[in-house]
Design a protein around this ligand. Structure first.
Ligand SMILES: Cc1cc2nc3c(=O)[nH]c(=O)nc-3n(C[C@H](O)[C@H](O)[C@H](O)COP(=O)(O)OP(=O)(O)OC[C@H]3O[C@@H](n4cnc5c(N)ncnc54)[C@H](O)[C@@H]3O)c2cc1C
Length: 224
């Protein structure tokens, strides 16, 4: 998993020297540029006056698994560009952390599975969960490249690649959209791997907009 901030909206003309948070405040005040401590944006959020928060954008390059990528892509207000597996045959897998099923929440997990625990499934493969996974992934990779070598198109051969296959996404969203993203993806109901991505995005945005972020409990999720 890797998250890098790659773009931000810059001001020109009378907004030229302004920081991201100053641009939002100036737009909210219809061009009047004043010092503020970040509380104006919080006030706009509390009053559901979203439009000034849609005036500036940030872009992130995100490396993750295709399964987590699918979750990110559901945020339709954040515009994506994804590396194409129809075009490139580069294959890598994100590490799989096996966790135990949550006792009450059917879509969630708890503690990390003992990687050396004996498993009875797939008995022909190695007996430990971690080696079973390693074996499976290397066999899949082998079969994928064998198909390409035999002349199969990448768009067909990729159908055997698993959900942990690495993908690279560039995602561009307004401040409002990223806040809405953090609102749900920092929440305890979100999958751990997606929370890790959201944390990196939140920390990068906090560096860009320290005053605004000091007024928001973004790390807890469900703050707006
Ligand atoms: C824990 C979890 C489990 C999920 N499980 C499933 C599942 O089982 N099946 C499934 O199909 N999908 C699931 N989803 C996806 C979910 O239903 C949404 O599709 C996804 O979170 C994208 O949200 P969105 O449509 O609000 O898009 P976004 O792009 O995040 O938001 C759309 C617009 O609404 C605005 N907005 C969003 N929230 C707010 C807010 N609170 N206040 C003001 N403006 C707001 C944004 O700024 C943006 O302009 C799950 C999501 C989560 C977090």
């Amino acid at each position: 998993m890797k998250v890098v901030i790659v773009t931000r909206t810059e001001g020109i003309g009378k907004y030229q020297e302004l920081t991201s948070e100053e641009i939002v405040s100036a737009i909210a005040r219809h061009g009047i540029i004043k010092e503020d401590n970040g509380k104006l944006v919080k006030h706009l959020m509390d009053n559901k006056h979203w439009s000034p928060l849609d005036m500036i954008n940030f872009g992130f390059e995100i490396e993750t698994s295709r399964n987590i990528g699918r979750q990110l892509l559901r945020h339709w207000s954040i515009k994506p560009q994804e590396h194409s597996q129809r075009y490139s045959s580069k294959v890598a897998f994100e590490p799989i952390e096996l966790r135990m099923e949550h006792p009450t929440n059917r879509q969630s997990s708890t503690d990390v599975f003992d990687p050396n625990i004996k498993v009875s499934w797939l008995p022909n493969l190695a007996p430990h969960a971690s080696t079973v996974l390693e074996d499976l992934l290397s066999k899949i990779e082998e079969a994928y490249f064998a198909m390409l070598e035999a002349g199969a198109a990448k768009e067909c051969a990729r159908d055997i690649l698993p959900g942990c296959t690495r993908t690279t996404l560039t995602m561009n969203g307004s401040l409002r959209s990223w806040l809405a993203f953090l609102n749900v993806r920092m929440d305890k109901h979100t999958q751990k791997e997606a929370v890790m991505i959201a944390t990196e995005i939140g920390e990068a945005l906090e560096l860009e907009m320290p005053k605004v972020f000091s007024t928001i409990n973004w790390r807890t999720g469900m703050f707006m």
